[in-house]
Design a protein around this ligand. Structure first.
Ligand code: NAD
Length: 493
């Protein structure tokens, strides 16, 4: 026990324990052994963090020149590049995600900070064509105040930057609540934040459970906006909580993203894209392409080739650069996946490959790449978000039919289409009710590409130029320009 790494929370520029002294252990999914302890934030800790953020907001931060805030974002991006290897390693130890991805991502996320650093001094107001004499009216974009950023356990660095960078650029201050699962990388990140010498309290990093930590944060009366990424059930709590403090809410939730392959698709390209979409990060991705619709003419041939590719995936230790899939992040994931597969097989689903734990290790929850043929997409694996390496495959005949099927799910986050017919690619992408459609590719992100869903996948977009405005409010200022006194104080003009 004594050799466990010990993390502290970062509140008001100080490294602190919880006021209750409570801590909890975080596990390494490679062997499910604890490797670090983190403080469990109490409601008092949350209060301390929010008040620090409020003080920093009212202090110099919101009054700095936009360019100066941009410079701090550039300093964060430089720190990320210098420390990408360390951040990648810690995220890998804590989540089981492959180091070949976490290391690369830590570097790439630096680009997001640069992107918003560049935008910090480019958000403009307007002069209104006002309908009154002797009046000049303008709008400006002002910061909102204290932002609560609630982060899930997967892709934490990415899901943090899409909230933190635009929020800071616009003059807000932030309390980041990392997930209780795999929180370590957020504290390593907080160390880099400290090194930038950003004013105290501008960025605070805490962790804890939904209750009391998440609840206290999202109901706090000084929190003005909650930027949430996580599951739909938690999102319902967040919305209820926002009734307490009347905060604005943005929600990035789950998905059950459909992918269609037409008879004329370039098959090798489609197989690569589908493999990336569902087996990349062991399927623990919100945009995982987990519902696959194959057109009749290629169904058997394509499915055989895809299964052969899936069976070749190299399962291995997450730090091994040769590994293509590592362990599931936690036991809850394994339980959900196994339960849904069992129910589906009981109802007639046919396992084409995988379907069970992989023999690579008995210690970590390694799960084989799994493909299941389903007669209809209402079978549990085809309908529910599993957040794992499980692909459900269904058959279709016509374009209209597949569009209806792709849209027949509660979620609307991502989607994919593979076809050599450019017009059809455009038609289908337009008809799919999802926030993102990939045509002849999959699993791409960029600071300039808005990310987010519709339907039960939430609302509000992250990344891209427009999302920076989501961290501002419009303010209208009226100027009276005449030297004469105003007339009639008792009538609104
Ligand atoms: P989760 O909803 O269980 O937890 C997300 C965060 O909410 C955690 O920090 C958790 O502690 C916190 N939380 C829990 N209860 C709370 C409460 N009552 N009040 C406030 N906060 C509370 O999600 P998870 O299991 O960590 O992550 C997986 C989910 O996230 C999946 O559904 C996945 O699709 C989704 N996700 C979405 C995106 C996206 O960008 N759309 C990206 C990644 C993950």
């Amino acid at each position: 026990m004594t050799d466990l790494k010990k993390y502290k929370m970062f509140i008001d520029g100080e490294w602190v324990e919880s006021d209750t002294k409570k801590t909890f252990e975080t596990l390494n999914p490679e062997n499910n052994k604890p490797w670090a302890t983190v403080p469990e934030a109490s409601a008092n800790d949350v209060d301390r963090a929010v008040k620090a953020a409020q003080k920093a907001f009212e202090g110099e931060w919101s009054r700095l020149l936009p360019r100066e805030r941009g410079n701090y974002l550039r300093a964060i991006s430089n720190k990320l590049r210098e420390n990408a290897e360390l951040l990648g390693k810690i995220e890998t130890i804590d989540t089981g995600k492959l180091f070949r991805e976490t290391n690369k991502q830590a570097n790439y996320i630096a680009e997001y900070y640069d992107y918003y650093a560049g935008l910090a001094d480019k958000v403009e107001g307007t002069v209104l064509p006002i309908d009154k004499p002797n009046i000049q009216a303008i709008t400006t974009r002002i910061p909102i105040g204290v932002i609560a950023a609630i982060i899930p356990w997967n892709s934490q660095m990415l899901l943090t930057v899409t909230k933190l960078a635009p929020a800071l650029a616009m003059g807000n201050t932030v309390v980041i609540k990392s997930s209780e699962l795999a929180p370590a990388v957020m504290f390593e990140f907080a160390k880099l934040i400290e090194e930038t010498e950003i004013p105290k309290g501008v960025v605070n990093v805490i962790t804890g459970f939904g209750d009391p930590c998440g609840k206290a944060l999202t109901t706090h009366n000084l929190v003005e906006k909650v930027a949430f990424t996580g599951g739909p059930e938690t999102a319902r709590h967040i919305i209820r909580n926002s009734a307490e403090n009347l905060s604005e809410v943005s929600l990035e939730l789950g998905g059950k993203s459909p992918v269609a392959v037409f008879d004329d698709a370039h098959q090798e390209n489609a197989i690569n894209g589908i493999t990336a979409g569902i087996f990349g990060a062991s399927g623990q991705s919100c945009i995982a392409g987990s519902r696959l619709y194959l057109q009749d003419g290629i169904y058997n041939e394509f499915l055989d080739k895809l299964s052969a590719r899936a069976e070749k995936i190299k399962i291995g230790a997450p730090m091994d650069p040769e590994s293509e899939m590592g362990p599931l992040s936690n036991f809850k994931q394994l339980e959900i996946i196994e339960k849904n597969i069992k129910l589906t097989v009981d109802q007639g689903g046919k396992i084409k490959c995988g379907g069970k734990r992989h023999s690579f290790s008995n210690e970590g929850y390694y799960f084989s790449p799994t493909i299941i043929e389903c007669d209809n997409h209402n079978l549990p694996v085809a309908e529910n978000e599993l957040f794992g390496p499980v692909l459900s495959v269904m058959r279709f005949k016509t374009e209209d039919e597949v569009i209806k099927k792709m849209n027949d799910n509660q979620y609307g986050l991502s989607s994919g289409v593979y076809t050599s017919d450019f017009s059809r690619g455009l038609r289908v992408s337009k008809a799919i009710r999802a926030g993102i459609t990939f045509v002849n590719t999959y699993r791409l992100i960029s600071p300039s590409a808005p990310f987010g869903g519709i339907k039960d996948s939430g609302f509000g977009k992250e990344a891209g130029v427009e999302s920076i405005k989501d961290y501002t409010r419009v303010k209208t200022t009226w100027y009276y320009t005449s030297d004469k006194p105003t007339l009639d104080p008792f009538s609104m003009r």
